[in-house]
Design a protein around this ligand. Sequence first.
Ligand code: AMP
Ligand code: ZN
Length: 135
Amino acid sequence: MTDCIFCKIVNKEIPGKIVYEDEHVLAFLDIKPVARGHTLVIPKKHATDIFELDDKSAEEILKVAKKVSTGILKSLGAAGINLLNANRKEAGQSVFHYHMHVIPRYTGDGMRVWPNSNYKESNLDEVADVIKKHI
Ligand code: AMP
Ligand code: ZN
């Protein structure tokens, strides 16, 4: 896609701090890291979000996220990893080329990453049933 910033990194039209590359996937450092080693894993083939992602890219992205996570643990001394992915602006997505954030967690870093709310579910069975019917 011509005006997509991540496609430009894939095509080497703009620089990226690439840590891993193969036929299907690219992994590079986030330009505004929230932690040392914060990396983005993207499909080389443009997909806006998870709803457009083909199954092959989905598989390859998780494999690479696993490799990158293991590399970060070994090289930077991270104590844990969060894998995060926002789909659509309502979910906080700001770059519209699918990407998985690999966020290193360091002991005592104090970061809170899990979505937070006062929501209480009254009927888990009904929710499970309705989702099941649409998969
Ligand atoms: P999200 O808000 O989940 O869509 O995440 C988009 C991420 O892309 C943000 O963390 C940005 O810092 C990062 N980002 C934006 N432009 C670039 C760039 N040119 N190179 C690397 N990371 C970028
Ligand atoms: Zn793109």
